[in-house]
Write a protein that binds this ligand. Structure first.
Ligand code: ATP
Length: 204
């Protein structure tokens, strides 16, 4: 199975990497593809350009043979709808099971994503959870209907949802940008190559 982690990565931080690593290990994924959004449609425009965000993801992943950068949203340009990305991944990977991973905060907005039902015809979902994080409202109903134990995920081609408990790391790109903007240290929240990139290019 191949994992997919979409995000704005403005910048990529240790929370993203740990999410990918813990889901990869729990589901025995052969690869996790990080897909930086060119233009995220559901939120404010990123602070850093797509080029800089992509360069930081490349720097962050360089030493992990299981992780790779997937530039299809960047190459496609325009609004980065996840349904388009999943359609394109499905065309490339044929029958291989694909698992779209996300934190519970993102999953709670999932039923507002464009053509979310179509996304579930293309991939499985893995939701990284931590104690106290709960699916709410429509997301909770969807989870109840599609929930699947981890070891049975491979039995269905698409459309199942697994929850993967994850180490809680209260790190967000928003907080990193805020710290940076007031000249405070962001050391140990970011992978070292990203820290170095930001020393060379003070983006925030
Ligand atoms: P921002 O603060 O700018 O909104 P972010 O830190 O939440 O950014 P995104 O790029 O928007 O990062 O998130 C991409 C994915 O990573 C989402 O599925 C989100 O749930 C997940 N994620 C982000 N931070 C963490 C974290 N600390 N632990 C687990 N998952 C995370």
């Amino acid at each position: 199975m191949i994992g997919i982690l979409g995000g704005t990565f403005d910048p990529i931080h240790l929370g993203h990497l740990r999410l990918a690593e813990e889901v990869r290990e729990a589901l025995d994924l052969v690869q996790v593809r990080f897909v930086p959004a060119y233009q995220p449609p559901h939120r404010r425009a990123p602070v850093a350009s797509a080029e800089h965000r992509l360069a930081m993801v490349e720097a962050a992943l360089a030493d992990n043979p299981h992780f790779c950068v997937d530039t299809r949203e960047y190459t496609r340009g325009g609004a980065s709808w996840m349904v388009d990305t999943c359609t394109s991944l499905r065309e490339e990977f044929g029958e291989r099971p694909l698992v779209l991973m996300m934190g519970m905060d993102a999953f709670n907005g999932f039923t507002r994503w464009r053509e979310w039902q179509r996304i579930l015809e293309l991939v499985h979902l893995a939701i990284a959870t931590r104690p106290g994080a709960r699916a709410e409202d429509e997301a909770a109903e969807l989870l109840a209907a599609r929930s699947c134990p981890t070891h049975l995920l491979e039995c269905a081609p698409v459309g199942r949802i697994v929850e993967v408990p994850m180490t809680a790391l209260d790190i967000s790109a928003t907080h990193i940008r805020e710290l940076s903007a007031c000249g405070r240290s962001t050391r140990y929240l970011l992978p070292k190559p990203v820290q170095e990139y930001l020393t060379e290019h003070p983006l925030y």
